[in-house]
Design a protein around this ligand. Structure first.
Ligand code: ADP
Length: 275
């Protein structure tokens, strides 16, 4: 199917967004406003119940805003065009075991392509490329059952990438993984960020992951309370604690080292410390 038109380079614009699940209930999103440039990696954080998943469901058109405007690349989202506008989006969910449809990795990646009516002769190349991007090309004929959680999530990312979406949403995509799986998936996310040809939105509880983001969008009680760089958010003394979130472990270690007079070589990524 034809790609929808991009009117500008703003991947996501949210204006004056309000939402409630039921007319008798209070608002769960209150006047939310933000803009995301194409190619940025945005981490969305906030305490449980702060409105993160409601926000993502509105962005993917599963829920409809009560008031406000959502634009993807300048296209105003409405009930008529949501199917078309979804072509901009790829999503990776939390549970690695709920993401598989195919009996092999190859079949799984192919499934979305078949749905999109991609020419059969183009599929092998697309599948190979998508698998390479997540370092799973050796596993194309493996059964999902035998993969680790991290590998399963990498296949889920490949399945999303095969459809070439401009925006990738990670909805707690690392939260059910073991430490090795978390590292694998976060490494892929950083690789994708570095290519700068996708917009990445990551809803996360992993306070260390936010250090990989260009900006952090902080939700609290249905309101967007901060939208800044990870450093701005972390260095604001007491801010994260005030909304019941912890300071990232790596940032804490770094602060302690600085206090102790130990200089860190910034060209060595902080990631190296935890590997
Ligand atoms: P988060 O993803 O940050 O944990 P949610 O978006 O899931 O937050 O929830 C925001 C608020 O909306 C919470 O108060 C939650 O109880 C409420 N909520 C979530 N889903 C529903 C629903 N299906 N019906 C009614 N209220 C809901």
């Amino acid at each position: 199917s034809a790609k929808v038109v991009k009117f500008n380079n703003l991947a996501i614009e949210v204006e004056n967004l309000h939402f409630r699940y039921n007319p008798e209930f209070p608002l769960v999103l209150k006047n939310v406003n933000f803009t995301i440039n194409h190619g940025e990696y945005i981490a969305i954080i906030g305490h449980n119940g702060s409105g993160k998943s409601t926000l993502s469901k509105i962005l993917i058109g599963v829920l409809t805003a009560e008031k406000g405007i959502i634009k993807l690349f300048g296209n105003v989202l409405n009930s008529q065009n949501i199917a078309q506008i979804r072509q901009f989006l790829g999503i990776v969910f939390q549970n690695p075991d709920n993401q598989f449809i195919g009996s092999t990795v190859r079949a799984d990646i192919a499934f979305g392509l078949e749905n999109k009516r991609i020419e059969p002769k183009e599929m092998p190349g697309i599948i190979q490329q998508a698998a390479e991007k997540v370092h799973m090309e050796e596993f194309l004929d493996h059964e999902p059952l035998n993969l680790s959680g991290g590998q399963k999530q990498r296949v889920a990312i490949a399945s999303a990438l095969a459809l070439n979406p401009d925006i990738l949403i990670f909805d707690e995509a690392t939260s059910m993984l073991d430490p090795k799986g978390k590292r694998e998936v976060k490494e892929i996310m950083v690789n994708l960020r570095n290519q700068r040809d996708k917009t990445i939105l990551s809803i996360t509880h992993d306070m260390d992951e936010i250090l990989n983001a260009d900006k952090v969008l902080v939700m609290n009680n249905g309101e967007l309370v901060r939208y800044g760089t990870p450093q701005e958010v972390i260095n604001d003394e007491g801010f994260l604690e005030s909304i019941h979130l912890g300071v990232p472990f790596i940032a804490e270690v770094e602060n302690e080292l600085i206090k102790a007079g130990i200089k860190l070589n910034k060209t060595n990524s902080m990631d190296d410390l935890v590997k």
